[in-house]
Design a protein around this ligand. Sequence first.
Ligand code: AMP
Ligand code: TRP
Length: 351
Amino acid sequence: MSTQASAVQTPTSFKPRIFSGIQPSGGLTLGNYLGALKRFVEKQDEGIETIYCMVDMHAITVWQDPEKLRHQTREGAAAFIAAGIDPKRSILFNQSQVSAHAELGWIFSCIARMGWMSRMTQWKDKTAGKNAEAASLGLFAYPALMAADILTYHATMVPVGEDQKQHLELTRDIAIKFNNDYGLDFFPVVEPLIEGAATRVMSLRDGTKKMSKSDPSDQSRINLTDDADTIATKIRKAKTDPLPLPDSVEALRDRPEARNLVNIYAALAEHSVEQVVRDFAGAQFGTFKPALADLAVAKLSPITTEMNRLMADPAEIDRILGDGADRAEAIARPILDRTKDIVGMIRSPKG
Ligand code: AMP
Ligand code: TRP
């Protein structure tokens, strides 16, 4: 055994650490807020070590205009801070400033199997009906980079929305295969945290489709940059059915649009879905929608205002991201170095 390999430490338990990321591939939506940001803040406030990342390298798996990418990365960072992320207590940075992500991403591309990647539903959805041959190689390899994002920090918990469940299962598979291949307990097998009433916020135009920043219809989503009037109008015009709200959660099962609005209300109000159903049993949408619009405006407007304030000073946002990147690098680099030792890569002594 080489001296480097024998110097490899084998952790048997991992300290609790949270990592999550958001793509700066468009403006953030209510789905991102309820499924991700709001919960990121709760985790920070529980006192767990939290690392949050604008994953700009993931964003360029599909074409991004450079100026827009820069703007959206800053806007995303502003949204984190406006939503309650304290860049002193949490680490907040953009992915491309910490090269460990790319380096470990390559190693994981050599661990993951083509078959695993081909089964990813997000890959299949994004290439469905299109010419898959014309998709970028990065889009196919995307989940290996996501595994690297998480595992280069030995993160143990990953808060995400429902749509990321399969990617996290792949992250677990990569960690397990790496550990098995090299006969070490080196990478943690992460736990997805998919919790709450809004793990899958649906489109306001179609209750069977996810609310998404890439939906061609702006009416389908609430953007964190929308003003109060726009939010109220979008909720008023949201698709619904003609029935009043029922008196049981069960009765919402086959009413996707109604269920979505009730779930959004519950998540924003921090009430259980049962409680919301109890409060609005028998109400018409003509009553429920204005109540939801008022609640959404009350919760989102302060965030939008704070985002706008922060965006007036982009240099300060860049400074925060740089500081976060330095602190992220300090955690990631030693883990990447140990990974390279395990794999058998020579690291010559510096200086
Ligand atoms: P993305 O915008 O795809 O980078 O997603 C960033 C985070 O937001 C991930 O944790 C997603 O699961 C979550 N997210 C995105 N859209 C939704 C949605 N409609 N409902 C709930 N969570 C979502
Ligand atoms: N794939 C995630 C999404 O589209 C974004 C992401 C990239 C991520 N790396 C991550 C999420 C690491 C959690 C952890 O939403």
